[in-house]
Design a protein around this ligand. Structure first.
Ligand code: GAP
Length: 457
């Protein structure tokens, strides 16, 4: 069952839009679905790729002190002993004696089953890691785990990256990829899944400089969400109390978002000290220290870890950008997604299906699709086609009409205020490029002219 904060976008509406327009489907739905697993459809995969691309651009491409990594999901089982996950990555589980439903004991308020009010068993610890086996023999010696976080792949590669890149402290390693947790309570759409994606950074620093770097990363990560369009009033920071800090953390902030289900964690930024590198050095017997050329000292670096969820970010971007406007034709549903995240950047729409418009329309379409994800749509009225693009967050529509055949000009219509400009086809591509990068619509390209929706100046 999905909970709902009054005044926020209705979660059911979001789920239904995602299904109807091909963003997100329940996993293996024809068999009744698999709880807490979801599939990204044609538009969802574009949105997801764009979220990951935007993260990579900010934390790797645009920084000198960061490099990337893509470690395997299956890792040596000792990894998880050293990290503390085999021992401690567990939640307290209770069963309802009446309806057999399972709950996390720390989420039960009155000691009774939330579904039927039945009596609950005593809590027992339940490890959240999925187990499987390598090789043909299914015995204890061949057990491996599906990683519950991507972070450990970074720690075990610390020396490999250091020696292959000759990076100096401070520097960080970024990685994104699938993680798996056998969560006890799920629901709330893609907020808590059993298979999900993370975008994680381990930023290695000299001990003593960790607090300064921690503050910088908290700020940088908060700004990433607001720079990509999330309203500041829907974001907040929450410092962990001493009693909730993970066993490895000295300090931790959550970036929280006001989801339709309430304020909840979007990303965690933790000061993990030297815990992980020390543990892996101890269990592997390898030297994971850093040699400082200047001071001639060996030491184990401290680590600042900004850890974000891809799926949770997608939910936040969708919830924050969802909007409805009443108009003459009924309801205009708009996803006001940042252009960098929008699955389709431009839609090419001939005014009608008249075959005279076809050659020029296809020519325009072909010239744009090598640059961006572009959709061609000539079915139904132009108004309906604009609505369809608004609902999936397409920032710009390009309309080809009969006058275009004469003057070789087309109309660009933007999503948010439905303003329009008319531009020569020869400057269409650079104009769209500039607008997608944030140039205001009223900055006109050579030969362009204001059309509809602008205030008279
Ligand atoms: N390496 C640290 C770590 O994994 P975490 O707080 O457990 O920390 C980091 O997870 C982020 O991963 C969360 O803020 C959330 O965005 C995402 N995440 C964690 N569990 C999730 C789940 N079951 N479903 C979806 N996203 C999840």
């Amino acid at each position: 069952m999905i909970e709902q904060v009054p005044g926020k976008v209705d979660m059911d509406k979001l789920v239904s839009l995602c299904k109807r327009r091909g963003f997100i489907f329940p996993s293996s739905e024809i068999y009744g679905g698999l709880s807490a697993c979801y599939d990204y459809g044609p538009l969802g995969v574009e949105l997801k790729n764009n979220v990951k691309k935007a993260w990579w651009k900010t934390v790797v491409q645009e920084r000198d002190d960061m490099v990337g990594l893509d470690a395997s999901i299956l890792m040596h089982p000792q990894t998880w002993v050293a990290s503390g996950h085999v021992e401690g990555f567990a939640d307290p589980l209770v069963d309802c004696k009446q309806c057999r439903q399972r709950w996390r004991a720390d989420q039960i308020k009155d000691g009774k089953c939330p579904t039927c009010g039945g009596e609950l068993t005593e809590p027992r610890m339940f490890n959240l890691m999925f187990k499987t086996f390598v090789g043909p023999v299914e015995d204890e010696a061949s057990v491996v785990y599906l990683r519950p976080e991507t972070a450990q792949g970074i720690f075990v590669n610390f020396q490999n990256v250091l020696s292959s890149t000759r990076k100096k402290l401070p520097f960080g390693i970024a990685q994104m990829g699938k993680s798996f947790r056998n969560e006890i309570t799920t629901g709330n759409f893609i907020f808590r899944m059993r298979e999900f994606e993370q975008m994680e950074i381990e930023y290695f620093v000299k001990p003593g400089t960790d607090e300064g770097w921690f503050k910088q990363w908290v700020e940088a990560r908060f700004n990433w969400y607001s720079d990509l369009g999330i309203k500041k009033e829907n974001l907040r920071l929450r410092q962990h109390g001493k009693d909730e800090l993970a066993h490895y953390a000295r300090d931790c902030y959550d970036i929280e978002y006001l989801f339709p289900i309430g304020w909840s964690e979007l990303e965690g930024i933790a000061n993990r000290t030297d815990f992980d590198l020390k543990q892996h050095a101890k269990y592997s017997g390898k030297d994971l220290s850093y040699f400082d050329d200047e001071t001639k000292e060996h030491f184990i670096p401290y680590v600042i870890e900004p850890s974000a969820g891809v799926d949770r970010s997608i939910l936040a971007f969708l919830a924050d950008s969802y909007d409805e406007e009443k108009d003459k034709e009924g309801l205009r549903v708009i996803l006001r997604l940042h252009p960098a995240l929008a699955p389709i950047k431009v839609a090419v729409l001939p005014l009608s299906r008249n075959e005279k418009l076809l050659p020029l329309s296809k020519e325009v379409y072909d010239s744009l699709r090598s640059c961006w994800m572009v959709q061609y749509d000539d079915a139904q009225s132009i108004g309906r086609r604009y609505r369809r693009q608004d609902e999936i967050g397409t920032p710009f529509c390009v309309t080809i009409d009969f006058q275009s055949l004469e003057d070789k000009q087309v109309t660009i219509r933007e999503r948010d205020k439905m303003r329009q400009i008319r531009v020569p086809i020869e400057v269409l591509k650079p104009t769209l490029e500039a607008k997608l990068c944030g140039e205001p619509l009223d900055v006109l390209p050579p030969g362009g002219k204001k059309w509809l929706g602008f205030e008279a100046s």
